[in-house]
Design a protein around this ligand. Structure first.
Ligand code: ZN
Length: 103
């Protein structure tokens, strides 16, 4: 019997893309805010405020991505206790299901 994990992998891709956009977007926005605030107000305080506001979003997204559950064994795909492969994980740490495979 052929299993179908397409919907699960779609969710994985969506989370991965969101993490990259949120992290990359923060770097770009922080650099722009730093340049503008330093030029006009000679302070970097707005960047600190931006960082404090942005951090929870990235932490929540990162947590959801790092602890995303494998569709086959339902355990965290790229994480074990104290060990995280994150975006570079090519197969489930627990059951060996290859990334984007249907079993
Ligand atoms: Zn697994």
């Amino acid at each position: 019997m052929e299993t179908n994990y397409d919907a699960d992998w779609q969710e994985y891709r969506r989370l991965r893309r969101l993490c990259i956009i949120v992290f990359g977007g923060f770097v770009v926005v922080a650099l722009i805010v730093a340049a503008v605030s330093n030029y006009y107000f000679q302070t970097f305080t707005p960047v600190l405020v931006l960082t404090i506001l942005w951090m929870p979003a990235y932490l929540v997204l990162g947590y959801r991505f790092v602890y995303w559950r494998c569709p086959r064994c339902n355990r965290p795909f790229s994480s074990s206790f104290g060990y995280h492969k994150g975006i570079f994980c090519r197969a489930c740490i627990h059951c060996g299901l290859r990334k984007f495979s249907n079993g």
